[in-house]
Ligand binder design. Sequence first.
Ligand code: ZN
Length: 112
Amino acid sequence: MCKHGTEEMVRVKITAERSHTGKAYYRDMPIDKCIAPIVRALQEGGIDMNGSCCGHGKCEGAIILADGRELIILSPEDSERYRTGSNMPDTTIMNWIRSLPRDYERWPVGSW
Ligand SMILES: [Zn+2]
C-alpha cells in the first residue's frame, strides 16, 4: 500500500448519478498509485465506480462499484491470512468489516 498522497492520474467516468450536471462525463482523478492499474483496468472495462482507496497500510483497500458492491484489496500477508483463516489480527479486516453497514455482515464473516 502506498503512502497517502502518492497518486497517479486515471481517467474515470463520473456517473450521471454522481455528476453535478446530471450527465456522465470523464475526468482525470488522482487515484492511489498502488491500485491505479486496477482502477484503470476496471474503467477501461466499463465498470462504473464511485471511489477507491488503498487503505494506506492502515486498513484494507477498497474499490466501491457504482452498483453498491465493493472490491476489497488485501495485502499479500492479509490475503494469506484470509485464505487460510489463520492468525488474522483483530485490528485489521475484522474490525473494519464490523464497522461496515449491517448488510455487509453476511459477507466474509463466519468463514474465519
Ligand atoms: Zn496505496
